[in-house]
Design a protein around this ligand. Structure first.
Ligand code: IMP
Ligand code: MG
Length: 445
């Protein structure tokens, strides 16, 4: 399978969890490069549902090594809960590793995240409230606490006391929040440090060892292209780089070791939080997508905003990430629809626009231009090959692949592992297939 990056091609929640879980069976190592407990992956294995925030879904395969990389931000409390949850379900965490240079989310990050959102008023971002932005802000400001610091029980109390002192000024003076008690926080984090110590490693070195041993490495993206701090719909973005380039930075490897990049996109579009969304549907079709697709956030439980597939965004994701192919998920959610629309261009200022506008205020004014395709109005969850699909469903997939100019390698039609069509390449011939149609790994040339 070689070294593969899996990223979200939309606003997150594309179903990356299922796709990485599927690909993990061919991977020796799975690496998370960015994000924190804002991410939420739901994986269903043999009827059992696993909700993961930080731990890569590869953990469900006993042989697969899972690394939480340097570019992530780690909330130790949530990570420990997740470890406990897996252990309780008899899933081994012996192959879990945590980068010593990842940053640590502290209680003041969570408090400031929520208080800042309130203060933003009409400019609010709709964050997950998990302290992600403030943790990354401290990283950039160079006042962050890293896993390395957490492990140093001699220096941690002093460093934390300084940081809490500093943040208490902000909490009290700006947000009118009761200050944190340094001793309590220090004791809490020293306790976390002891639990997490066995997992901590130099992750870049570990990934490099895997590269040298010619192991298969899967880089598991969190969030999605349009939530990228630099290339997403700023300021309605997350504070890390979920795009393919971010995978190398966050894992500590050079781009030359990457063999291919897979984009995961839903057969329609969703977004949580604030910000423009041209193909958003507020009527009955939006409700149908939300209900059939169970579109509620894994992390916050918020109802996701739903809309038609946006091929302008799709093409943008292909460009920004250098996508080789796509995995299209939740095709079955469209099963009942009489007709299905796809946004093929935007209308803005009386002009037709074929490219994603990097100017946020232009994007906010974009109106979708749709192409309408007939629906198939029959169930697809049982389909296991392209031949099983109704003609209209196949035509829909072909249309998406043609618009985005990349092949579709995987189609997902339900949450469980077997509800998947592994396509060699329906559209452009076998460019870079990932798995054989029978599910076994394809060796690369
Ligand atoms: P933050 O990452 O909590 O700062 O939130 C910033 C924006 O990214 C908000 O619109 C969130 O809803 C969104 N976001 C963050 N993580 C995810 C995710 O895993 N899936 C979908 N949206 C996310
Ligand atoms: Mg999610």
């Amino acid at each position: 399978m070689a070294n593969v990056i899996v990223i979200g091609a939309q606003w997150g929640d594309e179903g990356k969890g299922k796709i990485t879980d599927l690909l993990s069976r061919s991977a020796d190592v799975v690496v998370r490069s960015q994000g924190g407990v804002n991410a939420g992956h739901t994986v269903v294995v043999q009827g059992q549902t696993f909700k993961l925030h930080l731990i890569p879904s590869g953990i469900l395969y006993p042989e697969t090594e899972c690394i939480i990389g340097s570019g992530t931000v780690i909330d130790p409390q949530v990570l420990i809960e997740e470890i406990e949850q897996l252990k309780a379900l008899n899933v081994s965490v012996d192959n879990l590793f945590i980068s010593q240079t990842a940053h640590v989310t502290m209680p003041y990050h969570r408090l400031i995240d929520r208080a800042a959102e309130e203060r933003r008023g009409e400019y609010k971002i709709g964050t997950t409230g998990r302290g992600i932005g403030p943790t990354y802000a401290d990283k950039s400001e160079r006042t962050g606490i890293r896993i390395l610091d957490l492990m140093n029980s001699e220096h941690l109390p002093k460093k934390l006391a300084w940081a809490i002192d500093y943040k208490n000024v902000i909490l009290e003076k700006i947000y009118n929040i009761t200050p944190l008690k340094p001793d309590e926080v220090i004791a809490e984090y020293l306790k976390y440090a002891n639990i997490l110590r066995p997992f901590v490693i130099d992750s870049s070195l570990k990934v490099d060892e895997a590269v040298r041993e010619k192991k298969n490495i899967l880089f598991e993206g969190a969030q999605g292209t349009l939530l990228d701090l630099d290339h997403g719909t700023y300021p309605y973005v997350t504070s890390s780089n979920p795009i393919a380039g971010g995978a190398c930075v966050g894992a500590g490897v050079g781009p030359t070791i990457i063999d291919r990049v897979i984009g995961v996109a839903k057969a329609y579009t969703t977004r949580v939080g604030e910000g423009p969304f041209p193909t958003e549907l507020n009527g009955s079709v939006g409700t149908l997508l939300c209900d059939r697709g169970a579109e509620f956030g894994t992390t916050t439980g918020r109802r996701r905003r739903c809309g038609w597939f946006d091929a302008i965004i799709g093409r943008y994701a292909v460009r920004i990430n250098g996508l080789d192919c796509l995995a299209i998920t939740k095709l079955d959610v469209l099963d009942e629809l009489e007709e299905i629309k796809v946004c093929v261009a935007y209308k803005v200022d009386g002009q037709t626009c074929h490219h994603f506008p990097s100017n946020a205020s232009t994007f906010a004014q974009c109106e979708p231009i749709y192409k309408t395709l007939p629906g198939w109005q029959q169930p697809t969850t049982h389909c296991r090959t392209l031949k099983d699909l109704p003609k209209q469903a196949l035509d829909y997939l072909k249309f998406l692949a043609e618009l985005m100019e990349v092949p579709i390698a995987i189609v997902s039609l339900g949450a469980s592992r077997d509800q998947t069509i592994i396509v060699e390449d329906p559209i452009h011939g076998p460019k870079r297939a990932l798995l054989d149609p029978d599910g076994s790994p394809v060796t690369t040339t």
